[in-house]
Design a protein around this ligand. Structure first.
Ligand code: DAT
Ligand code: MG
Length: 145
């Protein structure tokens, strides 16, 4: 997941990280980066050709982004549920976008949409040594086994 600049400006870094933590997901990678145009184009390569692509790349280039790697059962599919629809006005209350955003171009977060894209995005934004390997002390109270 990544916290976009609009959510950073609105003071929602802790809110968004807190939702992942409270759910029971483990944060194993976390950093603020200021992406180049090339990095944003690579990140959104599947959207090249869409009418909003240029505006999206312009918006995100050169503005800080909080990049997150989270681990846990179902994290990729369920984090998308936690995020809500791309258009925040369609995302239900209780979701990140439903609660924190109004406009599609200021929708607070990015979320990987499959195992494959998550792997690609982690490789794009993190070096291997920037992803931590540790156990949460409360894991037995999150998972039955
Ligand atoms: P998501 O971020 O929900 O995975 P996406 O991958 O289709 O959605 O698009 C990436 C981002 O591009 C999205 O978070 C905001 C922007 N975007 C998508 N559709 C848009 C549209 N119709 N108009 C403006 N921006 C859009
Ligand atoms: Mg997407």
């Amino acid at each position: 997941m990544a916290i976009k600049y609009d959510a950073i400006q609105r003071g929602n870094i802790s809110e968004i990280l807190g939702r992942l933590e409270k759910k029971g997901y483990k944060i194993v990678g976390l950093k603020m980066v200021t992406p180049t145009r090339q990095q944003i184009e690579a990140h959104y390569h599947d959207l090249k050709g869409r009418p909003f692509f240029a505006g999206l790349v312009d918006y995100m280039t050169g503005l800080p982004l909080v990049c997150i790697v989270a681990e846990g059962k179902g994290v990729i599919s369920y984090s998308r549920v936690m995020i809500g629809a791309t258009n925040p006005l369609v995302a239900p209350p209780g979701t990140i976008r439903g609660d924190l955003s109004v406009d599609v171009g200021r929708n607070s977060v990015h979320g990987s949409d499959s195992v494959e894209t998550a792997k690609d995005e982690i490789n794009l934004w993190f070096k291997p040594e920037e992803v931590a390997n540790y156990e949460l002390a409360n894991a037995q109270w999150v998972y039955e086994k």
